[in-house]
Structures are given as structure tokens and as C-alpha cells.
Design a protein around this ligand. Sequence first.
Ligand SMILES: [Zn+2]
Length: 372
Amino acid sequence: MAWSLKIFRIAGINVYLHWTFILIMAWIILASLSQGEPTWEALMPVWAILSLFGCVLLHEFGHALQARKYKITTERITLLPIGGVASLEKMPEKPGQELLVALAGPAVNLAIAAILGVYILASGMPFHLFPLFEDISLVKNWETYISILLKINAILFLFNLIPAFPMDGGRVLRAFLAMRYSRAEATNIAARIGQFLAIGFVFIGIMTNFWLIFIGLFIYLGASGEANYEAQRSLLSNLRVQDVLMHQFTPLHAWETIGQAIETLLDGQEKDFLVTEDNVIIGTLSRDDIIKGLHNFGKEERIKRIMNPDWTRLAPEMSLNEAFEEMTRLKRTICPVYDKGELIGVLNQENIMEAIMIESARANAFRTQEVG
Ligand SMILES: [Zn+2]
């Protein structure tokens, strides 16, 4: 996510703060300090908000660490003013595993709430569950701090279990549906249920609370986003690398200069190249590499110096979905395709995007026929 600042790395996962979050924290701290001496009491709301985001962070780690059990890495966790996002490399395909990954986040909040509840009971502290939504700026001592933290975790637990994308509850619902239907169908049904709920939220919101309208719109957009993503995935899994690879391509020789590479770039349609030396592939070169190389070293430098020496071979029978995930994960712009040790073509990200466009146009045409 753009505009965010890395704050630390725990358990091999980078944690980022979005700049809007930093602005809001600065504003809250300044507002607390402007009310006079920076006393412990004046700063209580700040601790409460930091603790709230601590709980959101632990929630995201719940997802990330559960996903790790299925060998799925988490690229980063980002904290935004509206919550957190764990950027998982992908969701597990098996419904049972997706279910556990989705539940792991809310389970963390339930556990925190339970621990705080036990503490409140054991210490004999006064506690009223209602009103559930309390003004965090009213936190002024240890008792109100603990009780608001318990309520926050109860809200995080309940809110995330709303059965609609992009909430965890939406994934839980999809996982249950996927035990009976195909993944694409399950996503569609879950997205419809989510949109139905979202419209309900907006209607109730108009009559009661502004925030429900906001939540409703958020869910509505999330539901269609997930449905589109899944539709794209299922389109890609119907295709194989051999269906879209390019048989015609221009390899560059490692000893060519950046100037020569620019000529080849301007001369044709290709934007990504394989780099060869003595007829062996030794790397790849993208348009961005060429532009960066020109800027840093000038026209006369050999491309061997600026190419990316890491490359990945694909097999023609591989599903396009798998190839796309592999290329995204390893940040490859172009990959050679080998059939039984023989180079038969190349695949780049652009081929995949074109395939998605063509296939989705075809699928839409089919759908219109079906309905009409
Ligand atoms: Zn979550």
C-alpha cells in the first residue's frame, strides 16, 4: 500500500503504518496536550487508541500466523485508521483451511476480551457492557481503560464476523459454502448475501445511525471486489500457459548495449526480454530496467550489467492461474516456457492481462445468452 511507513518487523512480517494513521495519532496527542499539563490522565485516551490498534495488530497476526501453517507467507501488515490489513500471498484453496485462517483473527479478539473479563471479575472492578459503543476520549483511569478495551475487542469480534466480504465473516461464509459448491459459485453466493446485508445496513442506517450507512457502502464495494477477483481467478484456472504464450519473441544478447536495447524496444511491441549468452538464458530485462539503466549508466553500458539475473521457467501445461501467482510472487515480468527441455516461447504479465480481458468478454457474452 502506498504512503505508508514501516515501523517494525515481528515474526518475519513487516508492519506498516498508513500516513493517515500517523496524522490522526499526532492530532489526538496534540489535542490531549493542548488541554494543559501532559498528565497521565490527559494521555489516557492516547494509550487507549494505541491499545485499540495493538488489538487490531494482534488480530492481523492471528490471520498471518494461521496462514503460515499452510505455507502461505504474509507480505506485510498495514494499519489504517479504519483497521488493519494483512496482505497474504493468497487465501488457502481448501475450504477448511480458509475457514481457520478467517476465524483466527476474530478468535484473537475473543481471547483478549475473555482475559480482560476474567481480570475484571477477579479484581471486582465495576463493569457495564452497555452502552457497547463508548467515547474513547472519556477514558480517564485504569478502570475505564480496561472496560473500554474489553468492549473494543467485543466489537472487533462481532463486526468482523458479519457474514459479508471484505469482513472475515464473508470468508467464513464462503468457506462453508465451498464445502458444497465450487469455489467460484460459493464466492458468488457469499457476495450476493453480503450485498443484500449491505443494502440492509444502508436502509437501517438512514433511519438510525450514520455509521451504518458508511459500513453498508464499505461492505457493498468489498463484496463486488471479491466476486470480481474470484471470477478472474476461475477464468485463469481454465486456461493453460500454452494457450497464451508468445512463440515469436526477440532475445537480447548479454553484450548488447542499453542503446541497442532501446532500439529494439522502440522497434516492436515487446516490453520484456530474455537475455542470452552463448544461446543460454542468463536473465531478463524489462522496459523499466532499461529506462533505469539508461538513467544510471548511459547508453554505452552493456545490458548484462542491468539485467535481472533471476528467472523462472514455466511449463506449457501449467494452469495460467498458477503461472500468474508464481510470477507475481517472484516479481517476474517475463518467463521462458520450456517443453521437454526445449524453449518454445515466453509468457509475460501483459499476455495474462489480455487473456483475462478476452476470456471475461467471452464469459459475459455467454452469460447474456443464458439470461436473454
Ligand atoms: Zn480479520
